[in-house]
Design a protein around this ligand. Structure first.
Ligand SMILES: Cc1cc2nc3c(=O)[nH]c(=O)nc-3n(C[C@H](O)[C@H](O)[C@H](O)COP(=O)(O)OP(=O)(O)OC[C@H]3O[C@@H](n4cnc5c(N)ncnc54)[C@H](O)[C@@H]3O)c2cc1C
Length: 276
C-alpha cells in the first residue's frame, strides 16, 4: 500500500526543517520475541526503538505482567512469572520503548525503511535502517451459527479477560477448538474455581498417530510435552473429564454442540469478577 505523507506528520521541526526520527533498528512487538530482541540488540549498543500497540509490554503470554496482582499471577501458572525478568531486561537495556504505538505501514526508503505509526491517537513517521517484526500470531476463530451470542467468545478473548481484568465465566464454561491454548485456558479456569463443563477438542485422535514420526524431535522440547500432559491430568482428575472430554470426529458435531451450548450460555452469560 502506498501512502502519501503530510509534512506536519513527519516529525519535530528543527532549524527550519522537518526531521524524521531515525533509528538503526526498529522492533515491532513487545511480546517475548520482541523483548528478547530488544534487550539483545541494546546490549550490543544499538540505538533502537521498540513499538507495541498495547499499553504495557508482555505480548500475549505475558500480558499485564508488570501490574498483575499476585493472586492472579499464581493461577496463571509458573510459566507466566518468567515474563517479568524478560520485561525487566528490556527496561534496563537502554532501548527506547514506545507503548500504544501501532505500526500500520512499512515502506522501503532510500536508506532503510519507513514506518507509519499511530501513537496515542496521533500519526507519526519513523525511519529505521533495519526492522524486526515480532508481532506474534493470531488466534484463528471459526465462525459457526450462534458464535456471536452473548456469552460465547474466543478462547483468546477469555484469557485476555482473565489476565487483564480478573474476569471469569460465572456459571461454568464449555471450551471448544484445538491446540494448546484450549488446554491452558481450561487449566487456568480450573485454578480460578471455574467449572469446566466440557472440552470439545476438534483435533481427531488420529492426529496423535500421524504426529508419532515427529516424536523423537519433539522429545527435545520434552518440557512442553510434560506441561501439556500435566494440564490434561489435572483437568481429568478435577472434573472427571473422561465422559465430558469429547474428541470430535467431525467439526459439525462440535459446532452443533457449541450452538446448543451457546444458546444455553445466552441465558446465563454473567461473569464473575474475581476482584484480584
Ligand atoms: C490470545 C492469545 C493468547 C495466548 N496465550 C498464551 C499463553 O498464555 N501461553 C503461551 O505459552 N502462549 C500463548 N499464546 C501463544 C503466544 O502467541 C506465544 O506463546 C507468545 O506470546 C508469542 O510471542 P511473540 O513475542 O512471538 O508474540 P506476542 O506475544 O503475540 O507479541 C506480539 C506483540 O506485537 C504487538 N503487535 C502486533 N501487531 C502490531 C502492530 N502492527 N504494531 C504494534 N504492535 C503490534 C502485539 O500487541 C503484541 O504485544 C497466546 C496466543 C494468543 C493469540
Amino acid at each position: 500500500m502506498s501512502v502519501s505523507r503530510a509534512p506536519e506528520l513527519i516529525g519535530p521541526r528543527r532549524r527550519g526543517r522537518w526531521m524524521t526520527e531515525r533509528y538503526p533498528l526498529a522492533i515491532v512487538g513487545a511480546g517475548p520475541a520482541g523483548l528478547a530482541a530488544s534487550a539483545l540488540a541494546a546490549g550490543w549498543g544499538l540505538d533502537l526503538a521498540l513499538f507495541d500497540e498495547q499499553p504495557a509490554p508482555g505480548g500475549q503470554i505475558y500480558r499485564g505482567i508488570e501490574s498483575v496482582p499476585e493472586g492472579r499471577a499464581r493461577v496463571l501458572g509458573g510459566e507466566y512469572d518468567r515474563g517479568l525478568a524478560l520485561v525487566e531486561s528490556m527496561r534496563a537495556s537502554g532501548g527506547r520503548y514506545f507503548p500504544e504505538s501501532r505500526v500500520w505501514s512499512l515502506e522501503p526508503a532510500p536508506d532503510g525503511l519507513t514506518l507509519g505509526l499511530e501513537q496515542r491517537g496521533r500519526a507519526r513517521v519513523v525511519q529505521a535502517e533495519r526492522v524486526v517484526l515480532a508481532n506474534g500470531a493470531m488466534e484463528r476463530p471459526l465462525p459457526f451459527p450462534g458464535w456471536t451470542l452473548p456469552g460465547v467468545m474466543n478462547a483468546g478473548a477469555g484469557q485476555i479477560l482473565l489476565k487483564g481484568e480478573g474476569l471469569v465465566p460465572e456459571d461454568g464454561v464449555v471450551i471448544a477448538g484445538c491446540g494448546p491454548l484450549l488446554w491452558l485456558l481450561a487449566w487456568q479456569y480450573l485454578r480460578c474455581g471455574v467449572q469446566v463443563q466440557a472440552i470439545l477438542d476438534m483435533a481427531p485422535p488420529s492426529n496423535r498417530l500421524r504426529a508419532l514420526p515427529r516424536l523423537p524431535r519433539a522429545l527435545l522440547a520434552h518440557h512442553y510435552i510434560a506441561k501439556g500432559l500435566g494440564y490434561e491430568r489435572d483437568l481429568k482428575r478435577a472434573i472427571e473429564l473422561d465422559d465430558r472430554l469429547a474428541y470430535a470426529h467431525s467439526a459439525l458435531g462440535v459446532l452443533y454442540d457449541l450452538q446448543r451450548r451457546g444458546e444455553e450460555a445466552d441465558r446465563h452469560h454473567r461473569r464473575r469478577d474475581l476482584r484480584w
